[in-house]
Each structure stands twice: as structure tokens, then as C-alpha cells.
Ligand binder design. Structure first.
Ligand code: SAH
Length: 351
């Protein structure tokens, strides 16, 4: 019988499995806290559980760990980037960032990505599979352990499209915010999507307190379709309609992400069209100087981003420029995994 991935279970599921195996329900809470509060991932170390039950737990459950394959520390700003190896040999990336108010972590939701955004390194390395809730969660737990910190915020902006792994991402959100476990308020979580419209409607009904971020990157359908193929399925009008619905339903402000790319989406006309598109929407624009990806020659002029922000501001749109972190360690998502995947294809053992 295949073992159950215990870190992907919520408390009630754990209770059900224990009851079905003739165990007392209250044991579930004890075990849940060993895992999610004490972060003990070895049944033998759960000392207030009888040896007999520990033995039984090992028969029923598995605890899927992550292994640090590579760890890069920025000398500029203390950003740490992890390449994690999963139990099946695949790789994902996680980035730990330091801010004045604490630490924030950027987690991956899939091994690779199907969305094919032109400027993104994750698309170049190809899609393999979605992550389990436990694999998203363990990026947080393992990074906290390795770095000796407790993160105060999580962004789902690593490799993958979170809304293309909807059920597992939702489960992760419930686990990470569970009062009996990790207990992080979803107000400190941001979920970024390229714009899978039906899933935005579905997410609106969950009424979560998280911040929804939309990767917009152009106010023009032709241009957006060119750099983000998802726009051919869900165009800008449909996307903005879904965003308006989301804001109405949840009462939460949306963040629009916009990577400013020279000669692609950085003109005054782009700024004016963006401002017109977003007028009257309860939102915030986060401008991102485009991260260099070696396969592409997209560039940003830093001064151009500031000008773009000012122009939006003059048109009543609140915009900030994202700080560039970890510029000396390829912190843009997907770059380490792409290199590791390339090396193993070429027969190199060491990623
Ligand atoms: N799939 C999700 C989340 C992962 S990407 C999404 O598309 O939103 C997280 C953010 O980084 C997105 O806004 C994405 O468009 C942006 N991004 C990807 N590659 C980038 C690059 N080279 N430079 C700047 N931003 C990039």
C-alpha cells in the first residue's frame, strides 16, 4: 500500500485516518503539532507518542523532505536562494529575502511551468509536474530551519503558475495558516498569477485574506499575447473583469505586476494606456525592472522605470518600483533549476 504524505493532510484528514486505523482522534492534534509547530519530521522523535503507535505511523505515513542541493547567498543584501531536490529527484527554487520588517520567502508551486511567458526562465526549462501541498510547505519549513529565521511573509512567485495547481496551493494556504499549526495570517501571503480567469473567479469565492497579484505586463492585447501566451486564452478585458469581481467579492486590493521591458512595454503610451485600463480599480501597480535571463535580451533602464511610475502617478495610479534583490546570485526564478536540469541532461552529476 502506498504511504500517505502526512504533511499534505489537514488536521481533520489526519483525524479521519487515525480513527480508521483504530487510534484515538486526539492523537492527531499531537502529531500535527509535532510536524507543524515543533517541526519534528521523524516519528521516532515524537516522544509523547507510544512506541507502538510510532511504529504504526511509520507504516501508514511518509514524510517527504526536501534536500538543499545548492545554496547561494547574496553579498549585497543577504538574499539566500535555495535549489531544493525533491524526493523524486526533481528540483525547485526558493528565495529568502530580508526586509527591514523581517523575512519574506518566495516559494515555487510547480516543477517548471506550462505558461510560456517569454521573459521568464521557468518557462525555458519546461514543465514536469505540480507540487504537492507538503512540497510547497516544506520549502518554508526547511528554509526557516536552514536559515534559523521565522518568515513573516510568503509570496507564491517562484517557479510555476499557482492557479494551475489550484487544489494543492489552496491546501498549502490552509496548512500554513492553520491555527493549530504554523499559524501565519494569510494577510502576509501574496499569490501571483499570469491570469487564469476561471480560477480567479473560483479563488474569489474562497474569500481569503491574501493579496492577489496579477502579472499584467502590457495594457495591449497583441503585445501581451506576444509575451504571455495565456493572453490568447484569457484576454485583458476578461482578466480585468475577473479582477473587478475578485475585489468586489473579497474587499481586497489587487496588485498588478508590470515588468518594464525596453522597447516592449515601456513607452509613454504604454503608461497612459495602463493608467486608463486600471482607472477606478482598487489596485496598486508594482513595477519590476526586468531580470536578465541569459536566453533573452530583454532589458530595463532603471531611470525609465522611475519615469514610468511617475507618469502612472500623475494619472492617479498608485505605483511602486520593486527593489531588486539578490542581483549577484541569479535570484530571478527558474534560473538555477534550468541550469541543474541542463547539467543532468549533459550527464553532470553535480548541479
Ligand atoms: N506564474 C505566476 C507566478 C510566478 S512568476 C505569475 O505569472 O504571476 C512571478 C512574477 O515574476 C510574475 O509577475 C512574472 O511575470 C515575473 N517575472 C518572471 N520572469 C521575470 C523576469 N525575467 N523579470 C521580471 N519579472 C519576471
Amino acid at each position: 500500500m502506498e504511504k500517505v504524505d502526512i504533511l499534505s493532510l489537514d488536521l481533520s484528514e489526519l483525524e479521519d485516518i487515525l480513527s480508521a486505523n483504530g487510534e484515538k482522534k486526539f492523537r492527531a492534534k499531537q502529531i500535527f503539532q509535532w510536524l507543524h509547530v515543533k517541526r519534528v519530521f521523524d516519528f521516532d522523535k515524537m516522544t509523547d507518542i507510544s512506541i507502538q503507535l510510532r511504529h504504526r505511523l511509520k507504516e501508514i505515513f511518509c514524510i517527504n523532505g526536501l534536500f538543499v542541493q545548492k545554496r547561494l547567498e547574496s553579498h549585497i543584501d543577504n538574499t539566500v536562494k535555495y535549489l531544493y531536490r525533491l524526493h523524486d529527484g526533481n528540483f525547485v527554487e526558493t528565495v529568502l529575502m530580508e526586509y527591514s520588517y523581517g523575512h519574506s520567502i518566495c516559494v515555487s508551486t510547480q516543477v517548471g511551468c506550462k505558461m510560456g511567458c517569454r521573459f521568464c526562465a521557468s518557462a525555458i526549462a519546461g514543465y514536469v509536474r505540480s507540487l504537492e501541498p507538503s512540497e510547497i510547505l516544506m520549502q518554508v519549513y526547511e528554509t526557516e530551519r536552514d536559515a534559523g529565521v521565522r518568515v513573516s511573509g510568503i509570496v507564491l512567485m517562484g517557479i510555476g503558475e499557482p492557479l494551475d495547481n489550484y487544489d494543492n496551493v489552496l491546501k498549502f494556504l490552509r496548512l500554513v495558516s492553520d491555527k493549530n499549526g504554523n499559524d501565519l495570517s494569510l494577510r502576509h501571503v501574496s499569490l501571483s498569477t499570469c491570469g487564469i480567469v476561471p480560477k480567479i473567479y473560483q479563488l474569489a469565492e474562497e474569500k481569503l485574506q491574501l493579496t492577489l497579484c496579477i502579472s499584467l505586463h502590457s495594457p495591449d492585447n497583441d503585445k501581451r499575447s506576444e509575451i504571455m501566451p495565456v493572453n490568447r486564452t484569457y484576454n485583458i478585458d476578461e482578466l480585468i473583469k475577473a479582477c473587478r469581481y475578485y475585489i468586489d467579492r473579497t474587499g481586497r486590493r489587487i496588485t498588478f505586476e508590470y515588468a518594464v521591458i525596453n522597447d516592449v512595454n515601456s513607452s509613454d503610451e504604454d503608461a497612459d494606456r495602463l493608467a486608463a485600463l486600471l482607472r477606478g480599480i482598487n489596485c496598486h501597480v508594482n513595477l519590476i525592472p526586468v531580470n536578465k535571463v541569459k536566453e533573452r535580451d530583454y532589458k530595463t533602464a532603471r531611470s525609465g522605470v522611475a519615469e514610468f511610475a511617475k507618469r502612472l502617478g500623475r494619472r492617479g495610479i498608485n505605483a511602486t518600483v520593486r527593489r531588486t534583490l539578490g542581483s549577484d546570485i541569479e535570484a530571478a526564478c527558474g534560473q538555477l533549476r534550468r541550469d541543474a536540469a541542463e547539467q543532468s541532461r549533459n550527464g553532470g552529476a553535480d548541479a
